[in-house]
Design a protein around this ligand. Structure first.
Ligand code: F2R
Ligand code: MG
Ligand code: MG
Length: 311
């Protein structure tokens, strides 16, 4: 188990690591992945990060949340929306709804109008949940502040109740992982169920609690909606809470939304075990030519750790 600083670094670096490796297999089937790789660790060690170890929207938007939080000391929706819009790299594989929201913000729409640019009831995609790690790290002990910050950060692009609920659940689970010295499975699921609001999520989380193997996870599935990916990541992290690389490799072998489920799983287990679980070669590979690569993620993690003491 890592010390406090290692846990903060582990969380953000594992967001990127899961994203970087997982994005090479996004939307592949579990059948194809499992015929290519024998074990979860084969996925990690058998994926070349020499040439292109770019992160995608998952990490890009996580960085924006961390930056805005550190700059404003809270979530200012307008500032965060601007940050999302200014850092939007079209080639990083954003969801169609999020692309529409960011284009609307770029052309001057208000945050409220932009949030329904693609879907009139808002997006139920996993795009809010996948970027929520900095909030769980910033408010590890203050549930009320966490709740309102997650709502504000999520509703910019995901005002559908399931989009927000997935982010609330993920943020609470991450705050649990960073808070504790010892993982207690019953306590973990209790924190998660306390953050559940809808029957749809209650049902999915109830099922997720009983999963115990890769076959179970494959049958349970992974897709782009918050409802079909957040519980998958929570279960994968619970099963492999003591081995970050196995957790990320397993999340990828499930198939489907591999970068996002691996990134969310990484955030959870990374926040528990810390960055010493990540080999230096992987850390160096993450978006190596980008000034917002691994070194920058470590800086953000350190600043979040310092600032979270005041919350
Ligand atoms: N989008 C991708 N990967 C595909 C990249 C394709 C390629 N590289 C390219 O760009 O051409 N990955 C990323 O998207 C997911 C996060 O998505 P997010 O931010 O939630 O987007 P969105 O569009 O809001 O929701 C995702 C899809 O869910 C369906 N959906 C959501 N709300 C809906 C509603 N109210 N009604 C109907 N459908 C709804 C739509 O199909 C959305 O497009 C992550 O996987 C990330 O890695
Ligand atoms: Mg992505
Ligand atoms: Mg994805």
């Amino acid at each position: 188990m890592g010390n406090r600083l290692q846990k903060y670094r582990g969380c953000l670096l594992a967001v990127a690591l899961g994203d970087v490796i997982g994005s090479k297999y996004e939307w592949m089937s579990s059948r194809d992945l499992n015929s290519q790789f024998k074990t979860p660790l084969d996925v990690i060690h058998g994926t070349s990060l020499k040439e292109d170890a770019y992160y995608t929207d998952d990490t890009q938007m996580t960085i924006c949340v961390a930056e805005s939080l550190l700059k404003d000391g809270r979530i200012n929706r307008e500032n965060l929306a601007q940050n999302f819009s200014e850092s939007y790299d079209t080639w990083r594989g954003y969801g169609a709804g999020t692309r529409a929201v960011l284009n609307a913000i770029y052309t001057g729409a208000t945050v409220e109008d932009a949030s329904v640019a693609e879907f009139s009831e808002g997006s139920y995609g996993n795009g809010a949940a996948m970027r929520v790690a900095p909030l769980g790290l910033y408010f590890p002990k203050n549930q009320e502040l966490l709740r309102s910050a997650v709502h504000d950060a999520s509703s910019i692009t995901h005002c559908h109740r399931h989009g927000i609920e997935g982010a609330q659940i993920m943020a609470n689970a991450i705050s649990y992982m960073v808070r504790v010295k010892q993982f207690e499975i019953d306590e973990y699921w209790k924190v998660i169920t306390n953050a559940v609001e809808s029957n749809n999520f209650r049902l999915k989380i109830d099922q997720a609690m009983s999963l115990s193997s890769l076959d179970d996870l494959i049958e349970y599935g992974s897709d782009i909606s918050a409802l079909d990916s957040v519980p998958t990541a929570l279960a994968c992290a619970a099963i492999h809470h003591n081995c970050l690389l196995t957790a990320i490799g397993t999340a990828i072998l499930i198939g489907g939304d591999t970068d996002t489920v691996a990134s969310m799983t990484g955030a959870l287990v990374g926040a528990l075990v810390g960055d010493h679980a990540i080999p230096e070669t992987f850390i160096k590979a993450v978006d190596r030519d980008n000034k917002k690569g691994a070194t920058y993620l470590i800086t953000l993690a350190d600043e979040l750790e310092k600032a979270s003491n005041k919350q």
